[in-house]
Design a protein around this ligand. Sequence first.
Ligand code: SAM
Length: 282
Amino acid sequence: MTEFQVAPSTLYVVSTPIGNLADITQRALDVLAGVDLIACEDTRHTQKLLTAFSIKAKTFSLHDHNERQRQEQISDWLKEGKSIALVSDAGTPLISDPGFHIVKFLKQNDLAVVPVPGACAAITALSVAGLPTDRFAFEGFLPSKSGARQSVLRALENESRTMVFYDAPRRAIDTVKDIVEVLGADRQIVIARELTKTFETIRTDSAAGFVTWLSKDANQLKGEMVLIIEGKRIDPNAISPEIVNTLKILLEELPPKKACAVAAKIYGVKKNTLYDFALSLK
Ligand code: SAM
């Protein structure tokens, strides 16, 4: 294998483990060992990671509160030929973590930004949730107050994609109670807690089931968690007012069988259900 060389004038966005240090990638180690500087969400936190891998590096802090003030300085360093790695405390930078403003600024200024992929709690949880992953909505952190949390959930009432949230386990009981209230007791949920760590727990249950289970086991309220909510199931027998309107228009132009086949394709409902309904319109 050829020896790894970092490119000059480049910002590397480097993912780091979300708990298990063995999840660091070889490329992440090469980049962290090779760059001139490492921008850290918290320098003390990243120092522990660097020490674990015997990497000596110059670090500086880059977090939500100084990201914009530091962008000129970082861009000057890159223009001088320096290479810089950006890391957050855990997982992929920019995913509910700092980095968006600096990446946007550097790209607007035609400076090189290179990804070094690795762990991300949302994707890790999704990969074992057993809920549809062909399409999903990442919704970041749920609000900590019940009123605001219920508003967010209400806005997602009709979301049919799998929904992924970050939340604090200490609020988990209140959160699942809000889900019961807004999305219903039967809605399927997956809670993925302490992923890749000693007490990793991944559980699937209904929202109501989680209220009972969490209330019985205080250990489940510790650490970090990803909450995944099943999307709204589309009832193949439901004929909404929108479908009725479309079907009526189609029936003016097409024979009933054809009109129903087209409407069924558009709305993903059963052809026979529509046909019975179309006949009842006569
Ligand atoms: N950028 C990170 C990523 O790529 O996953 C996420 C950072 S965000 C500030 C931290 C949140 O991610 C935690 O509150 C939790 O919801 C989730 N998280 C991080 N590590 C986790 C783990 N090991 N197990 C479960 N959830 C985790």
